[in-house]
Design a protein around this ligand. Structure first.
Ligand SMILES: [Zn+2]
Length: 228
């Protein structure tokens, strides 16, 4: 690990929290199966895991991700400029190819798969991840249900880290905002995990419900779903 990456994190920490003492910082590159970055605070020590796809990324990009992660953990606003810089880098074709290749190598088995006739769940996840989560949610397995069940339109299965969406939504008559809303809802379950006891429940905390309001066409989407 080079000293440079520490310097970058320290500088960004200083900018966000000018008067706080800089905690111990551990950074490691980690072979996630896609571009994920995580940060945790344990005993006043920051533990950072960056996707190994970012190894060798230019300093301004590493600085952007340092800012995003630190802002997240200390609940500070994420500045627009670094967020855009990071997004541009991650969506660059070079990195996409690299990510695609690595995914093939590390490839996971899929039950039904993310690619439907009309909608690709992975694309929808990544798009929502960019729009609402600064690209920071780790993508779970995305799969369409085997059947066209209406009883469960979507669910997040934490045991298998999988989001399952009912095939009912894989239809050209289903508007994009409706399928996006269903996936967005499940992404919030991913973000706000529920400790489960016994049977599976669908629990929506106040935090969860407040963040759900960020979805622009929430009312329209719910109305469409009621009409299914
Ligand atoms: Zn739910």
């Amino acid at each position: 690990m080079s000293d440079q990456i520490f310097r970058i994190f320290q500088e960004n920490f200083r900018e966000l929290r000018p008067r706080a003492p800089i905690p111990e910082i551990a950074v490691e590159f980690f072979p996630f199966s896609n571009v994920n970055n995580t940060i945790r605070l344990r005993n006043n020590k920051l533990l950072v895991r960056l996707s190994d796809l970012l190894e060798g990324a230019p300093d301004p990009v590493l600085s952007a991700i340092a800012h995003i992660l630190l802002a997240k953990i200390y609940r500070k606003p994420i500045q627009r400029e670094p967020a855009a810089r990071y997004r541009r880098y991650v969506s660059s074709s070079h990195l996409r190819e690299k990510a695609h290749l690595i995914k093939q190598i590390r490839g996971r088995k899929r039950i039904s798969g993310p690619q439907g006739r009309v909608y690709d769940l992975e694309n929808i996840f990544e798009e929502l991840n960019r729009r609402f989560f600064h690209g920071l949610l780790a993508r779970p397995q995305m799969t369409w249900s085997e059947d066209r069940a209406r009883s469960s339109l979507g669910h997040y299965d934490p045991a298998h880290n999988t989001i399952v969406i009912s095939r009912v939504f894989d239809h050209h008559r289903v508007p994009t905002y409706a399928i996006e809303y269903i996936v967005y809802h499940e992404m919030l379950h991913l973000k706000y995990p529920v400790r489960l006891r016994g049977t599976r429940r669908c629990v929506h905390s106040a935090e969860f419900q407040a963040e759900e309001q960020n979805f622009p066409q929430l009312g329209k989407a719910k109305e469409f779903i009621r009409g299914l």
